[in-house]
Design a protein around this ligand. Structure first.
Ligand code: PGA
Length: 256
């Protein structure tokens, strides 16, 4: 029996009214509530409360897309782990390629945030992934290893269960282009191997490794069928209740 995590990243989409609609549709779409996969939605910060209230009596969890490294203070525009915990958030995405690219988040900052998130009792979804030129030059594993090393250096093996790694090849995000199941499996196995070299095999098994980059109902089955793909981090297809719930149902079917 496999235990998948199907996570939606809404990015800067769905303010409170739209969030209310999508979240309610999701609860309705899976209203028998009998799925065993972990299902999570990360709305924009302003919609977390709305989604959290709608999911309160459902199996869905709520995540945040970003937090600061401090609890509070003069950091205009930021939010903290204690604030999102107040809204029953369980997971926080960190190091997404869009934050690395557009908000200049460095490996060092990603590592600091990862530690903060985990120290405060939340699960960190640490995103790693190479750009197209690095895939073409054959340096994709080197890039991912460097990103992974920074995050792992900031935490310990006892944190394994609160760490999720999302492999998101940048060239596959929002492009409609997906890594092949073989490319995904190869990188996921590499990531698992690197974690097991540091923390041992058992701890490496506790870390969920998600694939992200144009995952949709159409390609979810072959991606999730790979032995080291423990779920998905889904952007575009998580904004529609029917496609996101279909991916959850696919995970459910494979997990049996
Ligand atoms: P996508 O986004 O599914 O729209 O490619 C994935 C992500 O960026 O997390």
């Amino acid at each position: 029996m496999r235990n998948f995590l199907i996570a939606g990243n809404w990015k800067m989409n769905a303010g409170p009214s739209e969030a209310r609609e999508i979240a309610s549709n999701l609860v309705d779409a899976l209203n028998n509530g009998s799925f065993s996969a972990e299902a999570l939605i990360c709305p924009p910060a302003i919609s977390i409360q709305t989604v959290s209230e709608i999911f309160a009596d459902s199996p869905f969890k709520v995540g945040a897309q970003n937090v600061h490294t401090e609890d509070n203070g003069a950091f205009t525009g930021e939010i903290s782990t204690s604030m999102v915990k107040d809204l029953d958030v369980t997971h926080v995405i960190v190091g997404h390629s869009e934050r690395r690219e557009y908000f200049h988040e460095t490996d060092k900052l990603v590592a600091k945030k990862t530690k903060k998130i985990i120290d405060d009792g939340l699960t960190a979804i640490v995103c790693v992934g190479e750009k197209l030129d690095k895939r073409k030059s054959g340096d994709h594993e080197k890039v991912v290893l460097n990103q992974l090393d920074h995050a792992l250096n900031a935490i310990t093996r006892d944190n394994a269960a609160n760490l999720v790694v999302a492999y998101e090849p940048v060239w596959a995000i929002g492009t409609g282009e997906t890594a092949t199941p073989e490319q995904a499996q190869e990188m996921h196995r590499f990531i698992r191997f690197q974690i097991s070299e540091r923390w041992g095999k058992d701890r490496a098994e506790e870390v969920k490794i998600l694939y992200g980059g144009s995952m949709k109902p159409k390609n979810a089955e072959e991606l999730l069928s790979q032995p080291d793909v423990d779920g998905g981090l889904i952007g575009g297809a998580s904004l529609k209740a029917d496609s996101f719930s279909e991916i959850i149902s696919i995970a459910e079917k494979i997990s049996k």
